[in-house]
Write a protein that binds this ligand. Sequence first.
Ligand code: HEC
Length: 218
Amino acid sequence: MNHGPVLFLGLVTTLVASWTGFVALPHRQLGALQPDISTNAAGAIVAYPAARSGEAAQGAEVYRSLGCVACHTQQVRPENGGGDIARGWGKRRTVARDHLFDPTVLLGSSRLGPDLANYGERLGTNAFPLVRLYHPSSAATHSTCAPVPFLFEQRPIRSSGSSPEALVLKGTAAPPVGSEVVPTLRARQLAAYLRSLGTSVELPEALLPQVEDANAPK
Ligand code: HEC
């Protein structure tokens, strides 16, 4: 008996089913995603997400090229899917729209270090501590975060005095007397990217947890 037509039909069905499942349906679900437009507390109209500034966008490439994603995720799991929110890694779960303007989505899958989806928000108004990149153990005790000292330049202190950008380093991390360690452009770009990380904006598909009003009538 000739099984050719059945085999052909089986092959076509498999291809069509996988194309529908992996391409057409996700495209229908996510393809038309747009930034969410809302009014903030000050009455201004804001769009979220917004494209990153040039420096932060270049920093995303530095982050990608250094393989930071091997140890850091950028996806906050929902409350019923793990302890991410309880750990303070985010106020709500991560959704596809958070990464609308990311040319490469760096979700990651291994968490040897903390999730960085909201790292910029965790910094608050503080500047990014560049010393964390040069010598992580100066920022956190016995840190196993990957140091990237090649993003810095060690140079003799100029006659005009040490640079305001020079890192404050102690102990074994300190450069020889008369030298200083200053960030290169790539270090500043990476810092701008890390500073830009934040997703705590309410979206229709990811609401922020309601904060209970202590004065509300019971
Ligand atoms: C080998 C795994 C590993 C790699 C690779 C790695 N990290 Fe880390 N990272 C960690 C660990 C573990 C911590 C927690 C200890 C600490 O605070 O230093 C951490 C902490 C951090 C923190 C502080 C997070 C917080 O919530 O305070 C930042 C920022 C960070 N890493 C950035 C980076 C960047 C940028 C890169 C790429 C250049 C990178 N890491 C590569 C393991 C890693």
